[in-house]
Design a protein around this ligand. Sequence first.
Ligand SMILES: [Mg+2]
Length: 97
Amino acid sequence: MDHFNGLTPAEAERLALLCEELGEAQQAIGKILRHGYESTHPDGGPTNREALEREIGDVYAAAQMLEDAGDIDQPRVEAWRECKLVNVAQYVHHQAI
Ligand SMILES: [Mg+2]
């Protein structure tokens, strides 16, 4: 029986992976906002900056999996990325864009 959302198990898995990685990136950002880029867990490990770098890489990888599978269109993603860089300039207060 098909699932109501029409997703294949592979499509759902790719979306779940992207969702997980976005959450992990959010967690890393929260740590930086609370404790700074150079802070580490009291037990050691990477800095919060290194943790964010890893999680952003994971997000890129998960997004690429959707592109490679044809779930989303890479040229349209790129067009939206470029559009965002142009449009966000009018809404930021502290960036040298
Ligand atoms: Mg991750």
